[in-house]
Design a protein around this ligand. Sequence first.
Ligand code: SF4
Ligand code: SF4
Length: 432
Amino acid sequence: MGRSAFAGGVHPPGYKESTAGSAVQWAPVPSRLVVPLSQHLGAPCAALVQKGDRVERGQLIGDVDAMVSAPIHSPVAGVVTEIGTTLTAGGQRVAAVIIEPDEVQDLESFVEVPDTGDERARIRAAGIVGMGGATFPSTVKLSPPKGMKIETVILNGCECEPFLTCDHRLMLEEPARVVAGAEKIREMMDARRAVIALEDNKPDAAAALRAAATGAVEVVELPTRYPQGAEKQLIYALLKKEVPHGKLPASTGALVHNVATAVAMVDALEKGKPLTERIVTVTGSVARPGNYRVLIGTLVSDLIEYAGGLVGDVERVISGGPMTGMALGSLDVPIAKGSSGIVALPKGVAAPAISDDQPCIRCGRCPDSCPMGLEPYMLATFSGKRMWDAAAERHVLDCIECGVCSYVCPTNRPLLQLIRVGKSAAMSKGVK
Ligand code: SF4
Ligand code: SF4
């Protein structure tokens, strides 16, 4: 406590009450799983099974020979009915393995990931990626460039997005596993400290972690302010170090992993467990909001049905949190490794449709609130006019896609959507 937060940011209503008290429970095994072969940043996997093949829970079903990638495992025992495609929550069409599960499943057992004595290799083999939504392959993050010394490992339990409580429940229900994850990563990086950071709106989780904390693991509560959980803002809040323009966060001597990712790593190293399920907050306008342990490949439509279905006047359904998540065009998309939440936003809570936006009135709110000190109205204008070089000169690549600018804009300009387009154009042009 007592640490000043980062510059900018906002304090949106939390909307966490309806699920913060909901203990994690398994969602049922659906009648059909659609397992995408690309659930991570980096190279997509190729299918290693064919239509008609029998698969076991935990069996490797997709991989590719690329460092920046993560293999895919079958979440169930069953039969492959098709190698097809699926839409992802982000709207891309990717290859997928469709599996019909056996009627009886033993979710406690799985095919173990081989142990060659190399911990980073085992974490890669288990398919671990950043589960806070970034989906960056964890092994790559655990292997910083030569000469870059990690002094502090930070486990990110901030969960600053409204509505989401899956990390809160994990820290509250499995604090010893989270602490074990922090200690394991600290040991692997030969770091001096490990800090589990969370916002001060989760005092029960902080108390549970403190009771479980051992050795060099510290628990730090930070002021509740969005986007406290963004990597650069978190490093600044804890260490007062800014990530230099164009440099890796690791250049500050800090390495940040999400709390669920850390637990998945420990499961991989201690039990040989591949990443085949995750905790998902299902909330908003659903009959039974809660935190569910969901098999990867479960369709959002099946999950919402299990949560009692949509109720009331739903404006849109979001994958992830409402600040950075994606509005789903269809509910027939699968839960993937990075799916932290499914939020059915009722009218009045959802921002108006993009088509209702009005011109900029130069109110100054977006530059005042941007935690990266950018001028979002300019970046959005340049992106909208396809002036990629001008957007790059104004540091569009520094945007952390937090959505604060869109949130504060009184005329509802789709700032984040426009800036994302400018960012990806600048990246594809190789701007540094
Ligand atoms: S410009 Fe980027 S970093 Fe700044 S508020 Fe908008 S989304 Fe966040
Ligand atoms: S918040 Fe909206 S209206 Fe205000 S300056 Fe930014 S883009 Fe313009």
